[in-house]
Design a protein around this ligand. Sequence first.
Ligand code: ADP
Ligand code: MG
Length: 554
Amino acid sequence: DPQCQKFEYQAEVSRLMDLIVHSLYSNKEVFLRELISNASDALDKLRFLSVTEPELSKEAVDLDIRIQTDKDNGIITITDTGIGMTSQELVDCLGTIAQSGTAKFLKAIKDSKEAGADSNLIGQFGVGFYSAFLVSDKVVVSTKSPKSDKQYVWEGEANASSYTIREEMDPEKLIPRGTRLTLYLKRDDKAFAHPERIQNLVKNYSQFVSFPIYTWQEKGFTKEVEIDNDPAEVNQEGGEDTNTEKKKKTKKVIEKYWDWELTNETKPIWLRNPKDVTTEEYNEFYKKTFNEYLDPLASSHFTTEGEVEFRSILFVPAVKKDDIVNSKTKNIRLYVKRVFISDDFDGELFPRYLSFVKGVVDSNDLPLNVSREILQESRIVRIMRKRLVRKAFDMILGISLSENRDDYEKFWENFGKNLKLGCIEDHSNHKRIAPLLRFFSSQSEDDLISLDEYVLFLVDPMDEVAIQNLKSYKEKNFVDISKEDLDLGDKNEEKEKDIKQEFGQTCDWIKKRLGDKVASVQISNRLSSSPCVLVSGKFGWSANMERLMRAQTL
Ligand code: ADP
Ligand code: MG
């Protein structure tokens, strides 16, 4: 076929497919979750882009996902009416790893190998399109983008280094818009093509997909059908009397037919009444939405009304991912009136030191065609941000007050630095941050204590700057005891005068001897058992800070 073009995969893709097939071997069914999530993403994209480009959805078809199985031949087809792909997009999306979740998987595999982590964890990562090859010998993607007037077919086989793209010529296979994936299952995986199996997997994996998912199911209804009277019977009962009207007999039979059946619940969890949602449901939602494998440390589901209206569920993760402040976290999924807008606006809804908070936010007030610029300007967003931040702090405070001390230790270990950054970057929330801080101290070198509990060792590189910004706590100022003029409020002026008289000349003599090595030599009342202490100037760097700066420039 001259119209059929052959392409080589980008080198990483081949390696990735190999890794996926090998490491997820015992967790094969994740392929369905991944393909449904791609279909759902494609529908989200279409809905979002149509707000500003209505011509994209000029084909009047419902936004949904349909999964059909052919168990005799071991074939599954997954069809969505989403944004589809142009031929160039087929090459870019299915032949290369761009910014896809599959890249995250590569990294996770590498990290988990180094850390010797349980290989089960890997199953929880977004492993993307190529997971189709976990169960398939061949995958065919036929797709029609509303931006193109042609429909294209991508075809790839397991263990191959190349794939093909051609135009769809079969009129029976044309679709108005979206993507149809056909999986030709491996011999040993044909059981996935059983309608009940697919139905169960969809229920299990996709209960939080917000588009209807239909599966093709066999159904039956009972009906009564007439049956002819048995002539022998008539003879027995009616004897020779042939004038007797024949009695009509019926029997019940089950009529079988196939039809689409709605298989998921599409009402988003955040629209439900918090009273009716169990912790397990929140945890499931969290894990499925954010590809997490551990339950969150805390969650908060709330609605605000009045000036601005929005609903939200926020979560504090139990593990830290990547950097302390990763600008590309995709932690907050923003919806406007139930329509998914973006997971790229975290920075507009949360200050960067709280970038670890995950969740969904569904606003009734923002316009559907909201952009980053609109968010940055919007008064509504400023109010939302304030409320979200407050809720986040309530949630963290909740963890700190929980009976299970481990939880807060875990939190502090992961996100303590973020709160210290908050001391520096967010003065308006000092009151909320300060009670959440933890330090080592002279009272407890092994256990962390809160500011309510005592004197502190600021040994973490960020401590000093954080505390300098905080300045005071409950009307008590922080004082650095390694600096000059330490005043612990126990001055005895009489006594000081006497001592100054007695040792003033000694100080002058020492200063003369040391010359430029010290700024000044002073009498202090801080010492009880040593004759002298080296301290730094009131406005200079502390010795600790100097040490850190020196370490940095080395
Ligand atoms: P990710 O979903 O994390 O981006 P995937 O490997 O799952 O990674 O998918 C790669 C890309 O292929 C997607 O980002 C998307 O652009 C494209 N894609 C996959 N499935 C579909 C689909 N059903 N409709 C439109 N585009 C799709
Ligand atoms: Mg995906």
